[in-house]
Ligand binder design. Structure first.
Ligand SMILES: [Zn+2]
Length: 424
């Protein structure tokens, strides 16, 4: 089976229209609008799959032979499904608390990969089992903190979600406990607004022990001077764009220069009614990005009234911080193209909007699927996608025509009325 989509996210831009070969649970991207190479990729993929090798050997060898003759190798039209829309190898929420949300709804809402940044390790470990209708999940395990420190007495954190560390010598054991429960990153809480924090020697020990086992360290920073402590200790990632103080440029530049990544979580500062913390976080994040720092989309899902799925308000806020176009898409869709895509993918039934101001709302129409499901999407959905494609083309034409008139609102690229049109 070969699928044709309008656009594919490659890590730095959208390409398309593109043909993609479906092989069981995986997709193999071919080079552009080339049915012969798609057929070749499909047969190669099948031949490589031991489960299907025997039954498809004849088909594969036929396709291989045919592909030597470009004129004769195009597959029958019936084998190409004109799916349309836009395909993403992944859409990731880098900061979630899945016990406080609904992972199934999250996947349905377009998130293929979710990182749980802090919960009771024995509970979080159970999410590492691959469940079809959920995102692929990575976990941090418990938050490492000072005795009595945040989030030991936080209302949201059940007993065990925080691991208290009395000094540097306890750091190794605490890190190893999270590793044994399946943690792929170590989280440390540096929240001086809510109690004691680990001292610098303990923080350094946590970073050393984590790096020694190959895991990055994520810090929750809150309160005066906590970002500086994290940067100077070699922490790899911030769980939130710093929101309690304006950081000076030298510190922001140092964080970016060190290769740190910052997870956005801007929408939690007011959930649509921006607070002082929202403005501080946007200002810090903007300067971090300007210095070349890498920003990652994350919502802190489970913290207040957040969309379960791709959150348009979070993306709008990241855009306010100056990341637009491919820079904005990269925060959620990743910066590289895997050789094989799947089993989870995200799909939007329309091509990318002509006006990047529409990217947040458009991305929020993503749905999480398994690659194999793409071949069985019902015809009504494909008809809607075709309609959206037509509408987007009209929007692009209208935008081009009205280019000098900025007051003219661009038509929405996403069809809302279920009016059927003939498939072109
Ligand atoms: Zn959180």
């Amino acid at each position: 089976m070969i699928l044709r989509v309008d656009a594919l996210w490659t890590g730095d831009r959208f390409t398309g229209p593109t043909l993609i070969a479906l092989d069981g649970e995986r997709l193999v991207v071919t080079s552009g609008e080339d049915a012969a190479s798609a057929a070749h990729a499909a047969s190669t993929a099948h031949a490589a799959s031991t489960a299907h090798a025997a039954s498809t050997a004849h088909v594969a060898s036929t396709a291989h032979a045919a592909s030597a003759d470009p004129g004769a190798s195009a597959p029958p039209v019936a084998d190409i499904l004109s799916l349309g829309g836009t395909l993403f190898p992944s859409l990731t929420d880098h900061h979630t608390h899945l016990s406080l949300s609904d992972p199934t709804a999250l996947f349905r809402g377009g998130i293929t990969d979710a990182v749980d940044l802090g919960w009771v390790p024995s509970v979080a470990a159970t999410w590492l089992v691959d469940v079809r209708d959920r995102p692929a999940i990575a976990i941090a395990g418990a938050l490492l903190t000072a005795p009595g420190g945040y989030p030991v007495s936080a209302g949201w954190a059940p007993p065990g979600a925080a691991r208290e560390i009395g000094g540097p010598r306890e750091a190794g054991e605490a890190v190893r406990q999270q590793v044994m429960m399946g943690a792929s990153r170590i989280k440390v809480a540096l929240n001086s607004d809510a109690g004691e924090t680990v001292d610098n020697a303990t923080l350094s020990a946590i970073v050393e022990e984590s790096h020694a086992v190959g895991l990055p360290v994520v810090a929750h920073v809150q309160g005066a001077g906590q970002t500086a402590r994290a940067v100077h200790a070699g922490v790899d990632q911030l769980a939130h764009a710093p929101f309690t103080e304006r950081l000076d440029d030298a510190l922001v530049a140092e964080a970016a220069g060190a290769g740190m990544t910052w997870i956005s979580t801007l929408d939690i500062h007011g959930w649509g009614a921006p607070t002082a913390g929202f403005r501080i976080a946007i200002d810090n994040l903007r300067r971090f990005a300007e210095h070349g720092g890498r920003v990652l989309y994350g919502t802190d899902l489970g913290n207040g009234d957040l969309t379960v799925g791709v959150n348009a308000r979070e993306l709008t806020a990241i855009r306010q911080a100056g990341l637009d176009g491919p820079d904005l898409v990269r925060t959620i869709a990743g910066a590289s193209t895997p050789a094989h895509i799947g089993p989870r993918v995200a799909w939007i039934p329309s091509p990318p909007p002509a006006d990047s101001a529409h990217l947040p709302a458009w991305l929020a129409t993503a749905r999480g699927l398994h690659a194999a499901d793409l071949a069985t999407i019902d015809s009504a959905t494909i008809a809607l996608a075709a309609e959206a494609t037509t509408a987007a083309a009209a929007a692009t034409a209208a935008a081009a025509a009205a280019k000098t008139d900025l007051a003219t609102p661009a038509p929405t690229p996403i069809a809302s009325a279920p009016v059927r049109q003939e498939h072109p």
